[in-house]
Design a protein around this ligand. Sequence first.
Ligand SMILES: [Zn+2]
Length: 139
Amino acid sequence: MSDSTEKKGAVECYKELGLLLSDPPPEVEKAFNKLKRDYAKAKRSDDPETRNSAIEKLQHLEEMYTTITFSIAYKDSARQYEKRQEEERIARQKKLEEENSTKVICPNCGKISPASFNVCIFCSKSIKTSLLDKLMFWK
Ligand SMILES: [Zn+2]
């Protein structure tokens, strides 16, 4: 158990990368890529010691990344992240639909105005239209 090459647990890997267990995949990716870039740069150093250390660190980093992406915490946060993305997408779409259904073209100036105002916000003329007009316009 005291073997220094023993693989670290996912929790330790998250900690070492400065991540929270709840961080979504893009955050994990970002932390991983940043370190990877740093080590890749060190790998091109003129100093052999720096190069060797960078190679080791890079290998360690890859191992940590594998451990993280195979962990339950990662899979959970990935699932939650996708769910949130989907919820946001639906909310955006709903908002857009609501906005569209409450807008009318002003018969006077031809600009698009919110139907809830009853008068055009541009020319102040009445924009009361029948539901049929709205439906015809937005179809
Ligand atoms: Zn108008």
